[in-house]
Design a protein around this ligand. Structure first.
Ligand code: HEC
Length: 99
């Protein structure tokens, strides 16, 4: 699954793009990236100062591909953008919401 950073067309090396490298699953403010779990993604809450929102499969795949959250707020540049097929993204969504 290839990925790149915003404003940079070069593909990232594969060893940098595994979700778990950054999303450690610990819900602490100190974590580099937010947890990817059922509770954190489905909760209706404010993210990044935007309006209250929650993820569904479509919003999740948009975040992974385009770096925009369900409220339309741009994610930090440190979240890569992935090239991922619909079926693969749906499988990833089902996997993370079972965490
Ligand atoms: C290089 C580090 C890095 C990698 C690898 C990475 N992410 Fe992220 N991701 C981040 C950061 C940092 C944020 C927080 C961005 C922000 O708050 O603006 C984020 C945010 C997200 C969000 C939004 C979460 C929320 O609570 O709004 C989703 C969804 C997400 N990442 C999914 C993924 C998936 C799926 C993968 C693997 C396919 C992945 N990320 C790989 C760094 C990473």
């Amino acid at each position: 699954m290839s990925a790149h950073l915003r404003d940079d067309d070069r593909p990232l090396p594969a060893w940098t793009t595994r979700c778990v490298s950054c999303h450690a699953g610990t819900p602490t403010a100190a974590a580099f990236a937010p947890p990817l779990t059922h509770d954190s993604l489905l909760a209706a809450t404010q993210r990044r100062g935007g309006p209250i929102s929650h993820y569904d499969a479509t919003a999740f795949c948009r975040a992974v591909r385009e770096g925009v959250d369900p409220a339309g707020v741009l994610l930090r540049k440190s979240m890569p953008r992935y090239r991922i097929a619909d079926a693969q993204c749906m499988a990833l969504w089902r996997y993370v919401v079972h965490q």
